[in-house]
Design a binder for this molecule. Structure first.
Ligand code: TUI
Length: 315
């Protein structure tokens, strides 16, 4: 078994957490991942704060294992969600797309384990100083909001810089990439895109179909000019967005308005003009299967690879 302090800290069997995918990660997926021995996460980006409360309560019905909530810090209801997790007795949270500093004290006082998602060494050091339990170092291969550095360079630099456990993320969709993350210094992995193809993932079937059809160069990053780079599948939406960004006659407000609600449209309605956020490894996701099969393939597969590596590459 892969040894990891994260398993003891979080009370989970396997060192894998599920990405808190906005509009996608609900009680169904989170409970399935937790029941499989990983840490499932519910996204705070849903149809409002009360909908998130419902998902937390539903998840408790579906699993007796630990699960968490991902808080998207740039969302307009971030402060409400920050209080909701305290009120609902959530034990672990991950945060994304910003600094968790304003809420850290309250979460720590409530005994919540806080695991910020970061994309640079500077922010890793900052969240460690703020008292983070662990962190997710997310490389720019990942889907959705991305930083500058990619996993291969980010992960070892973050692992060297901090003492708290590091969860590697960005571009991990198979057992080889999982094994590589452990070699690069990760104590655990976070996986998003591959869980889009979980049977228990309730995202619209069109979204799943697009992931299954994706190839190596199916994703692109838009939003850099707006200071909010996002990786998604190439689509009429993302190419139009990129054209608007390149056109000096189009104002940033118009581009922002064009993007508003696009992820929800893709995830909930399968709208061809929606934003299909996905990581670079989408091209490796080729079948729908239970979350348990994904968890076991990644972790037990990584274990096999790590054992074999010691004999295969060295005479
Ligand atoms: O947050 C993510 N990925 C996301 S959030 C999201 S929701 C969305 N919806 C509609 C349009 C756009 C996005 C989809 N995907 N990943 C975690 C992550 N956080 N990656 C990078 C960061 C990050 C970046 C800057 C964390 C902190 C940070 O701090 C800047 C600061 O405030 O110092």
């Amino acid at each position: 078994m892969i040894k990891s302090r994260i398993c003891e800290i979080l009370g989970i069997r396997y060192p894998i957490i599920q990405g808190g995918m906005a509009w996608i990660a609900d009680a169904s997926l989170a409970a399935a991942v937790s029941n499989a021995g990983g840490l499932g996460l519910i996204s705070s980006v849903n149809a409002g704060t009360e909908a998130v409360r419902d998902e937390i309560r539903k998840c408790r019905q579906l699993t007796d294992k630990p699960f968490g909530v991902n808080i998207m810090l740039q969302a307009p209801n971030a402060a409400e969600i920050a209080q909701l997790v305290i009120d609902e007795g959530v034990k672990v949270i991950t945060t994304g797309a910003g600094s968790p500093a304003p809420y850290m004290e309250a979460w720590k006082a409530a005994g919540i384990k806080v695991i910020p998602v970061i994309a640079s060494v500077a922010l890793a050091l900052k969240v460690q100083a703020l008292g983070a339990t662990a962190l997710v170092a997310e490389g720019a291969e990942s889907g959705g909001h991305v930083g500058e550095l990619h996993t291969m360079a980010l992960l070892p630099q973050v692992a060297d810089a901090v003492d708290i456990p590091v969860i590697g993320a960005g571009g991990i969709a198979d057992a080889r990439q999982a094994a590589a993350a452990f070699i690069l210094g990760a104590d655990a992995i976070q996986v998003g895109t591959r869980f889009l193809a979980a049977e228990e993932c309730t995202v619209h079937q069109n979204y799943k179909d697009r992931i299954l059809k994706a190839t190596d160069n199916s994703t692109m990053v838009t939003g850099k000019t707006l200071g909010h780079p996002v990786r998604s599948l190439k689509s009429p939406f993302s190419t139009t967005f990129a054209k608007m960004e390149a056109d000096p006659a189009v104002k940033p407000e118009e581009i922002l308005a064009f993007g508003t609600g696009a992820l929800r449209k893709a995830a909930k309605e399968g709208d061809p003009n929606g934003s299909y956020m996905a990581g670079e490894a989408a091209g490796m996701v080729n079948r729908i299967e239970p979350a348990r099969a994904i968890v076991e393939d990644l972790i037990l597969g990584a274990e096999k690879i790590l054992r074999k590596a010691a004999t295969e590459h060295i005479e």
